[in-house]
Design a protein around this ligand. Structure first.
Ligand code: CA
Length: 230
């Protein structure tokens, strides 16, 4: 099974700097994607799941502050490390006010960038442990209100479907076999011959994937099921 790699998105129009950051991150075994303007960067950040976004302020089409504003407005809480060329106090304050998690003034040493990245990812992990929401791609599950929202649309689930989805999100990108799922959700060995699990999963699939072009819940023939965002 493929190991889950930490995914980082670089939104930076200066190709040399972008390539330098990419090289540094890849040497640390992060999986890297890049965009060279604000519009493209925002699209990628919305469409895919990233563990961190490195965002330059001065960008063509849409600047870094605007990109960050739209992400935060859409409840995208991916940690953002801002890059600023100017290094002016106003720029930094504006970035942090908009919801950036940290910033770095150009020119910077790649080792400094890597240290900031590690620190943000650690902070994110800590926050995730105490989080009351779980997310995958554009779907959010709220453990307190028990609401599920995908792409801004409220999805109505039964309590069993909710438990199933929670279990899948906590194990996202892992293939789960029927008996593991059954044991976890029902706490005893179900007669899997009845295929009840398939019925539940089909209901869940219709609700969370119906009408969306990117599917999250996949059947792995002969094995089980996987909820994945890539
Ligand atoms: Ca720039």
């Amino acid at each position: 099974m493929k190991e889950h790699k930490t995914k980082i998105l670089i939104i930076e129009d200066e190709k040399k700097i972008s390539a330098l950051i990419r090289k540094g991150l890849e040497e640390e075994k992060y999986s890297v994607d890049d965009a060279f303007d604000g519009e493209k960067g925002e699209q990628l950040a919305v469409k895919q799941h990233f563990d961190l976004v490195i965002l330059d302020i001065m960008l063509p089409k849409k600047d870094g502050i605007q990109v960050l504003e739209s992400l935060r407005k859409a409840n995208n809480e991916t940690p953002v490390l801002m890059l600023t060329a100017k290094g002016t106090v106003e720029d930094r304050v504006k970035g942090l006010d908009t919801g950036a998690d940290d910033y770095l003034v150009k020119p910077f040493a790649i080792t400094e960038l890597l240290a900031r990245v590690r620190s943000l990812l650690r902070r994110k992990k800590g926050a995730e442990k105490s989080a009351t929401t779980l997310t995958i791609a554009d779907l959010t599950l709220d453990l307190v209100s028990r609401k599920v929202i995908r792409g801004g649309k409220l999805i109505d689930l039964t309590s069993k479907e909710f438990s199933l989805l929670e279990y899948f999100i906590r194990n996202k990108n892992k293939t789960l076999n029927r008996s593991t799922i059954t044991e976890h959700i029902w706490n005893y060995n179900f007669d899997t011959g009845t295929n009840i699990i398939d019925v539940y999963i089909n209901h869940l699939r219709t609700k969370i994937d119906g009408g969306f072009s990117s599917k999250l819940l996949h059947t792995i023939r002969g094995v089980g099921y996987v909820l994945k965002d890539r």
